[in-house]
Design a protein around this ligand. Structure first.
Ligand code: SF4
Ligand code: SF4
Length: 383
């Protein structure tokens, strides 16, 4: 923990937040077993009102934030989304809607475009409708996603698709990319599942084996070559799971460095997973956003490097990866200030190696994953 003099020194080096992720709601019609929402989301009831969101958008913009993502849950559940987009546009934000496309139709796309929305990203679960239905917990969601991907493109937006990869869909990557190509996607993020929230709960059933991962990377390379040969502009971004790296990512570019998330009830977080940490985060209902960002104990706790333990504290690489992810360190070791076990220098790296070995064994079926829904979440509200 930082003392007051440390905090003052860190504050002197804290820039403005550039990114704001507005998690408008935890409500969502889907039940993805890899959802990064908190396990106890069902206990969060009082969402910020329209007026509260409008006020905090103005505060964030005044502080210097320029990129704004509307996320959730499913942000389209909020009927004031168009109003929030319009105000964000007026304030000068670049706006991105991150959606499952449930609740989207042509009229809503037109309304969002008229409000000034810059960008829409739709998630796909799979190419196979049965796998998609099993993962999303909805037999109809897949068809809507495909229809809305086409509608978004027809409305003049670039079609940006996000596919969360895991052991139950990664072997179908060839067909997934072919589907994205057929849909006319402009960019596809092939994001291996990050293991937080519900994904961590389902980790054994989601983490692919190394063999699966290497085959998927090779498939992506082949597709990049094929697309280049036919002059087709479709960016393919392949995001490797942390568990198969030997160094951690510089999570969020550093704690409280450029990124902040506001949760549906107004809690302000340094990243969308941070709510799982054993600490309290301040709310915009109680304090101005500026004060939270610059002066709160929560935002200063892991800024800089004074909080680090060995081996990070004396490591030459500490300014490159900031010791990795605090959420991952906590989930795996119980100590949020530990070196991220993804790092091969961590004394806890054997936990990652054990998870990799477990993944080699082939664990469970897609039907055995625990769905992210209110019923399951209530179990964690009680615990
Ligand atoms: S990951 Fe799935 S369940 Fe979670 S918010 Fe997104 S669409 Fe909903
Ligand atoms: S020991 Fe810490 S700072 Fe060094 S590479 Fe590993 S995580 Fe990064």
């Amino acid at each position: 923990m930082t003392d007051r003099s440390d905090t003052a020194a860190i504050n002197a080096h804290s820039g403005a937040p550039l990114w704001l992720l507005a998690e408008l709601t935890y409500r969502c019609p889907l039940q993805c077993a890899y959802c990064s929402n908190p396990l106890d989301f069902a206990g969060v009831r009082e969402e910020l009102s329209t007026e509260e969101w409008l006020d905090l958008l103005a505060q964030a913009r005044e502080m210097g934030a320029v990129q704004l993502g509307f996320s959730g849950g499913e942000p389209l559940v909020r009927q004031d989304l168009e109003q929030l987009v319009a105000e964000a546009r007026r304030l000068g934000f670049y706006t991105n809607l991150i959606t499952s496309a449930q609740g989207l139709d042509e009229a809503r796309i037109a309304a969002l475009r008229d409000a000034g929305l810059d960008h829409i990203q739709i998630s796909l679960q799979a190419s196979d409708p049965d796998v998609a239905a099993a993962v999303a917990g909805s037999p109809k969601a897949h068809a809507r996603k495909l229809a809305m991907a086409r509608a978004v493109k027809a409305a003049g937006y670039p079609m940006v698709l996000n596919v969360v990869l895991h052991r139950h869909n990664i072997d179908q990557l060839d067909a997934i990319i072919a589907l994205c190509d057929e849909l006319g996607a402009d960019a596809v993020e092939l994001a291996n599942c990050q293991l937080y929230g519900w994904a961590h709960l389902n980790r054994a059933g989601l983490l692919p084996s190394r063999e699966q991962l290497e085959a998927a990377e090779a498939t992506t390379v082949r597709w990049r070559e094929r697309l280049a040969e036919k002059g087709r502009a479709m960016d393919l971004l392949f995001v490797v799971p942390d568990y198969y790296n030997d160094r951690p990512k510089a999570c969020m570019g550093g704690w409280g460095s450029i990124f902040m998330t506001v949760a549906p009830d107004g809690a302000v977080l340094p990243c969308h997973s941070a709510r799982l940490l054993p600490m309290t985060f301040p709310s915009v209902r109680d304090r101005p956003l500026r004060e939270i960002w610059y002066d709160s104990e929560a935002f200063n706790r892991y800024r800089g490097d004074a909080w680090m333990q060995e081996p990070c504290r004396s490591c030459d690489e500490r300014h490159r990866d900031v010791g990795g992810c605090r959420c991952q360190a906590y989930l795996l070791t119980g100590d949020p200030a530990a070196t991220d076990p993804v790092c091969s220098l961590s004394p806890d790296h054997h936990l990652i190696e054990a998870a990799r070995r477990e993944a080699e064994g082939g664990v469970g079926t897609v039907g055995e994953l625990i769905p992210r829904n209110v019923h399951e979440s209530r179990v964690f509200c009680r615990s």
